[in-house]
Design a protein around this ligand. Structure first.
Ligand code: SF4
Ligand code: SF4
Length: 265
């Protein structure tokens, strides 16, 4: 795997699984913000689009020891993204500013190599032209392009919001690369009623995610693959950390995994 590039700003997320109640507000906010169309048959998971999906995890024990957790899973915005080098049309790339993995829809011709290469299964193919219930098309956001049939899409950390925040800073004569945490937030972060989703620059000590990502309760999904995701999860429950990281039943993880010193300052 190619060595990881370092960026001045590394936008990232820390999702507290002990606060998430699985309400799905983040999923709805994401769908509305990014013009993700509703599918006629949403039970068909192979054909529907969900940039952010909330999974239910269970410790598998009977009552009274039964416990559940909910894990929201958008694109992990990997530091070493598997989806980038496989794309023959340079549609998807690791953004030099902020480390967001972008997707240039007009270039995509739908080969779906990126979908096959992503171990997190967070990319979606448009099997149909998008259709909205009558009247709902009036609520579409002008900031995000509507994707046609035959194109792959995924979470962009609401990239357009960053563009707006930078423009605003420029107009006010400020440095667009030194934003306060609240100047750029994703739609899912704002929508979560439990404050489970934190968003900011992982390298900026003044942003909450900087410290939270170094917590001894922090972990990343499939960390052993070396993809260096920019999304961290938090849980004080060891069974959650083990499941979330896809450890096998008989695998020993030690008391707590200490995450830190992995290149985000
Ligand atoms: S489906 Fe589109 S983005 Fe994905 S690898 Fe093929 S051309 Fe690139
Ligand atoms: S999670 Fe998948 S789609 Fe997102 S950057 Fe990583 S490899 Fe690419």
């Amino acid at each position: 795997m190619a060595s990881k590039k370092e960026f001045d700003i590394v936008w990232g997320m820390v999702i507290d699984l002990d606060k998430c109640t699985g309400c799905g507000a983040c999923m709805v906010a994401c769908q509305a913000e990014n013009n993700v169309p509703v599918t006629k048959d949403a039970t068909n998971k192979l054909r529907s689009l969900t940039w952010l999906l909330v999974y239910e995890l269970s410790n598998g024990k009977p009552f009274p020891d039964h416990d559940v957790a909910y894990l929201p899973r958008p694109c992990q915005q990997c530091g070493n993204p598997a989806c980038v080098p496989v794309c023959p049309a340079t549609v998807t790339k690791k953004d030099e500013e902020g480390g967001i993995v972008s997707q240039v829809y007009p270039r995509c011709f739908g080969c779906r190599y990126c979908m096959a290469s992503c171990p997190y299964h967070v990319r979606y193919f448009n099997w149909f032209d998008p259709v909205w219930p009558e009247g709902m098309e009036k609520t579409l956001s002008p900031d995000v392009s509507v994707r046609p049939r035959g194109v792959v899409e995924k979470c962009t950390f609401c990239h357009h919001r960053w563009m707006h925040a930078k423009d605003k800073a420029r107009v006010e004569g400020r440095d667009p690369y030194a934003l306060e945490q609240m100047e750029y937030q994703t739609a899912c972060t704002e929508a979560c009623p439990n404050g489970a989703i934190h968003f900011g620059d992982l390298k900026n000590p003044e942003h909450t995610v900087h410290e939270l990502s170094k917590s001894k309760y922090a972990f990343r999904l499939l960390e052993r693959l070396g993809m260096d995701p920019q999304i961290y999860y938090l849980s004080r429950r060891e069974w959650v950390r083990r499941l979330g990281d896809n450890y096998l039943d008989d695998e020993k993880t030690g008391d707590f995994k200490v995450v830190g010193g992995h290149g985000h300052g």
